[in-house]
Design a protein around this ligand. Structure first.
Ligand code: GDP
Length: 478
């Protein structure tokens, strides 16, 4: 979503980096370029003006203290990063749980914003953390909203309170109120109330939402807004703020290709934090909104924190510990280990989305877009067609075995050959790393096309410690 913004930021900073010593006119020029980029991304004018003034003043104030010879552009970059985090809301805020359960979360927003989908995502998110949510179907307006919530509830295994059929029938305020009583009687600790939206802001909508609010006294009113609607998001959020009030914002459809201005304007204009972000139609495509991670992505640093979290979720601790132990003990990395890794990778979800979180992803947009998701599935099929002995000992793979595997996996023999060759190269590289040498050149990713090197503005961090115990001891002793 932020591609054009990211590339403009990268452009502004690479020209700043090319200057050895930065002058005040360089800062003015950078501010002008960032200003233009933000306006083109549909960020609200007042937010842009405040932001630019903030970074301009801080950068000019910092200028006399920038030592010559140090990386002056990086100091300015840090100022911009901090201000960007600030306009995105600063610290991530979590839902406040009620002292006396159930915690009531009410969803409000226009029709099509993604409320019903979000209700399911929130229910899953909190159920996974050991809560017992109940979904309440108070959107009795939109055709099939009640059925949709029931389907969503069923798919995440969360009960739905839906006494009315909807499609224009029933009293949504009564349903909401009864839903809370039902939750209390059945000891649910959380209630998520889905409400009706309209295609545009209107009085009936606001009246109904505020009646529901008064009836259920929510602990959190979350305003759900489609990030694709650009400048309209700002107007709509203001109307909801005045008409119903809300405690936090949920941005949906961040996977879309809109320019991202809504995301950058809303927190700052409404003074309400963005609490969650939705990045797809599927129920797991959702996360807490972290302003610092979003700023990182916008500035082209990627979102390594989220990537690491997703990898941790997918690679369960047992698998990782087993692999680490094998690696340390000098055992060979086998195709069986490789299969386990492929399986974990498929659990991580859409690869293009994951690759998009890498630093400098903007510059390899084309390769990421062209990434063939089916490649992992096809590679898995080849490995799965091998016998356990073949996976442990790829040397067994003679011509007739390769032909059998190709047939079994529906691939060509050349695909099998290709995989075995790439695997042998990876295995060799692992051995070199283990023996303390540097690999001569990274072989292309096992299941993926090789991606080119990029010159992203990465933070210079201390190199991680070696996985090799002997080498690590040596490093620590230095
Ligand atoms: P509601 O009217 O506010 O309840 O909206 P829905 O939950 O029915 O969502 C409207 C449409 O947007 C549906 O087709 C959803 O599948 C889709 N949708 C919801 N959230 C997202 C998202 O984060 N990304 C994308 N691409 N689509 C979404």
């Amino acid at each position: 979503m932020f591609e054009s913004l990211t590339s403009r930021f990268s452009g502004a900073f690479s020209s700043l980096r090319s200057k050895g010593k930065i002058s005040s006119s360089d800062i003015e020029a950078t501010c002008l370029e960032i200003r233009q980029a933000l306006l083109e991304s549909d960020v609200a004018l007042s937010v842009v003006e405040d932001f630019i003034e903030d970074i301009r003043q801080k950068s000019l104030a910092a200028l006399p203290n920038l030592q010559s010879g140090t990386n002056q552009a990086n100091a300015i970059f840090e100022i911009v990063n901090a201000s960007l985090i600030e306009i995105l809301g600063g610290q991530a805020r979590r839902v406040r749980f009620a002292k006396n359960p159930p915690t009531v979360i009410m969803l409000a927003g226009l029709q099509g914003a993604g409320k019903t989908t979000l209700a399911g995502k929130l229910a899953k998110f909190y159920a996974d953390q050991g809560n017992t949510p109940l979904l309440v179907a108070s959107d009795l307006q939109r055709p099939n909203a009640v059925t949709q919530l029931q389907v969503v509830g069923e798919s995440v295994n969360v009960p739905v309170f839906a006494p009315e059929p909807g499609n224009g029938q029933g009293n949504p305020v009564k349903v909401a109120k009864d839903g809370i009583e039902f939750a209390k009687s059945k000891m649910y600790n959380m209630v998520i109330v889905d409400t009706a939206g309209r295609l545009g802001v209107d009085e009936d909508l606001m009246k109904q939402a505020s009646d529901i609010r008064d009836a259920v006294k929510p602990d959190e009113i979350l305003f759900v807004v489609d990030a694709m609607i650009g400048q309209d998001a700002v107007r709509t959020s203001q109307a909801f703020l005045d008409g119903v009030g809300f405690d936090g914002v949920v941005l949906t459809k961040l996977d879309g290709d809109a320019r991202g201005g809504a995301a950058l304007s809303i927190a700052s204009l409404t003074k309400r934090p963005i609490m969650f972000a939705s990045t797809g139609e599927k129920l797991h495509e959702f996360d807490i909104f972290y302003p610092d991670r979003m700023a990182s992505r916008i500035l082209g640093l990627g979102d390594v924190a989220t990537l690491a979290e997703q990898a941790k979720k997918a690679f369960d601790t047992d698998t990782s510990a087993k692999l680490e132990a094998k690696f340390a003990s000098g055992e060979d990395f086998t195709l069986e280990d490789f299969l386990e890794q492929l399986q974990a990778m498929s659990k991580m979800g859409n690869m293009s989305k994951l690759l998009g979180m890498l630093p400098g992803a903007g510059q390899m947009k084309k390769q990421i877009e062209n990434f063939d998701e089916g490649e992992i599935v096809r590679t898995k099929a080849i490995v799965q067609s091998m016998t356990p002995a073949e996976r442990r000992e790829p040397k067994l793979l003679n011509g007739s075995r390769r032909a059998r595997i190709a047939l079994g996996s529906g691939r060509k023999v050349s695909d099998v050959n290709n995989l075995v060759d790439r695997f042998a190269a990876a295995q060799k590289m692992m051995k070199q790393v283990r023996n303390g040498g540097m690999p001569a050149g990274m072989p292309p990713g096992m299941g993926m096309p090789a991606l080119p090197k990029v010159n992203a503005p990465v933070n210079k961090k201390k190199k991680s410690k070696s996985g090799n115990p002997a080498k690590r001891a040596q490093e620590e002793g230095q």
